[in-house]
Design a protein around this ligand. Structure first.
Ligand code: C5J
Length: 226
């Protein structure tokens, strides 16, 4: 078992029963020309966490955790996209519309891919999700149960939308969840901060939060690096 400094208190986990879940680090959200920018957002706020998420991925791979990547994505015929979801957002940049990186949020289009710096390895799980949460209408729950996973470490974007929704879904399913504070970002920094506070409020009503340094330090200690 490992214990790291976190809020609202120490987070203890068994590495062989832990998965890193990296939410939606996709070109559509992070790079200029994608869905996020077409909605009027400053994508540099999201791009800024790529190096920390890369360090977190490296730690998870080194420690042998299961690694899961998600992509918010829809079928080309939009059969998994509720009209109510498509109707929101900018009128000229709806899900399925042509964008500068292919059709917006459509599976297989260039913009739907995970950014090159965080590309999944062949052995890692990639979950395509039509909703904001990683469990809704996906095989994630079954994949985690089949591997005996009990603890989830979350990173990715955006903090208050797909990350928070996925973490709440996981919490309701009985997983112990940690959100890595500097490995998650929002186009609206105040929403990121509010989400971190919500997650760890009331004794960890949704889970724990900690900076990447807490994880790195505990793993360095375990291996005698410090
Ligand atoms: C959004 C996400 N913001 N990945 N998606 O629509 O948070």
């Amino acid at each position: 078992m490992l214990t790291i400094d976190a809020q609202p208190g120490p987070f203890t986990f068994e590495p062989s029963k832990t998965a890193l879940v990296v939410i939606d680090m996709q070109r559509d959200f992070i790079e200029p020309g994608g869905f996020g920018e077409s909605l009027g957002n400053d994508v540099s706020l999201l791009a800024a966490i790529v190096p920390t998420v890369a360090s977190l991925l490296a730690l998870a791979r080194r420690e042998g955790w299961l690694v899961v990547h998600t992509r918010e994505s829809h079928a080309a015929d939009l059969s998994d996209c509720p009209p109510a979801k498509r109707a929101r957002g900018a009128p000229n940049a709806r899900i399925g519309d042509p964008g500068r990186m292919g059709r917006i949020l459509i599976r297989g289009e260039p913009g739907n891919a995970i950014v090159d710096e965080l590309a999944p390895l062949g052995s890692e799980l990639v979950i395509d999700k039509p909703g904001k949460g990683a469990f809704y209408a996906t095989p994630l729950g079954g994949e985690l149960a089949a591997r005996g996973i009990t603890h989830l470490v979350f990173a990715g974007v955006t903090t208050e939308v797909c990350v928070q929704t996925s973490m709440r879904e996981a919490n309701d399913r009985g997983y112990e969840c940690l959100l890595v504070e500097d490995a998650t970002a929002s186009y609206i920094p105040a929403f990121r901060q509010a989400t971190l506070e919500m997650v760890r409020s009331q004794g960890g009503i949704v889970g724990w939060t900690a900076p990447f340094a807490s994880l790195a330090q505990s793993h360095g200690e375990k291996r005698g690096w410090n």
